[in-house]
Write a new protein. Sequence first.
Length: 256
Amino acid sequence: MKKVILALSTLLLSLSMVACSSTESEEKGKDKSFIKDVKKSFEARSNYLDDVDSGKVTLDEDEYLKEAVLKEKEILEKYKDAEFDSPELGKLAKDYLDGLNKQEESLKYYTSDFMKYEKLWTEGYDVRSTTLTTLVDKFGLEMTDEAFKELKNNAQVVKEKNDIQAKVDEMLKSIKFEKVKEEYGWKDYEAIVENTTGVDFESIFLDVKLIDADDVIVESTIVSPNGLWNKDQKVKLEFSTDKNFEKMEWTAEYYK
């Protein structure tokens, strides 16, 4: 009899441990609740902006945009340090919150630096649109066809822009300036560069920084081809300086 009771006790204890383990496993990840709350937050923002369009909300643009961002953040802020069963979903959650934060930050410059506001706001929207599109395609987020179409179109634009940037970055790495002349303390540098990006540039500017042994920028100079720079075309980039330096670094701004 004692053996039977002991066996039953062991069985009950095992079942209890399995149940607890199952509950802990189910509660550990925030995957499902995050997807539900993203839908809820997106709809809250959309409904609020509908009220703005209909005249129910009458605020200045920067004020109602701030409220629109907060509509989402109030729901999603709790996922800032949440654990997710899917690492990819965890990254998407972080990215989406970063996009919201960037849009919120942009509004600080709405009246003082409108170009900076537009840049940050657009960057935030780009992150949000690409993240939401992935959540729909891979994680079952539901939204209206109209909303998804707009986000999908922007996400495609962002992808194309990122692809071009990656090719530009690769081209920049290939540039090698060589000293071709030195006279009266001035040094001339040149580089022959092929446009390997597959894109025609209306204009492109390199901001070349000359850096000394102490990592101090001793000079910055703008280097650019003359006029259009078509794909597969080679151009000569050149600059002169009277500064002594140890290395060069450069970034590019371009228009196509």
